[in-house]
Design a protein around this ligand. Structure first.
Ligand SMILES: [Zn+2]
Length: 136
């Protein structure tokens, strides 16, 4: 049953697609079809830019099953430019270098390769925005 579920989640995982409320303009992530601000229906897809900053973070050393290879790893509450807070794993950074307010951007990374059918699951993580991206 994991494959259809992953297909369904693909847009949310790869492209940070949420929803926008046409009643009050709130941007929603993850998509929940009802605006938490005004309780009106919000079905319009909205593409987030995937940029934001670290709002708060913690370093996990007791990883859930399938994530052991990453421990210890930082997990942050990222405040997106558009407003919503997203919980995501940070990548390409040492846990001790993570700072609140650090600019970050979304990247697609392998999340886990366990699962009953050996499925490799990809999804979004956030990495620090490089000030000098000369080498790409
Ligand atoms: Zn609303």
């Amino acid at each position: 049953m994991a494959i259809p579920q992953n297909w369904r989640l693909q847009h949310q995982r790869y492209r940070l697609t949420g929803e926008v409320c046409h009643t009050c303009g709130a941007k929603l992530f993850p998509p929940r079809d009802v605006c938490p601000e005004c309780a009106k229906p919000a079905y319009e897809p909205f593409q987030f830019a995937g940029k934001g900053e670290v709002y708060s973070f913690t370093v996990l050393s007791d990883a859930p099953a399938g994530y052991e290879a990453y421990e210890p790893y930082p997990v942050a509450l990222v405040k997106l430019q558009e407003g919503p807070l997203v919980t995501a794993q940070l990548t390409d950074v040492d846990p001790q270098d993570v700072r609140i307010g650090m600019p970050v951007e979304m990247v697609t990374r392998k999340l886990t390769e366990d699962g009953d059918d050996g499925l490799i699951v990809y999804g979004y993580k956030f990495r620090p925005v490089l000030k000098a991206a000369a080498n790409g």
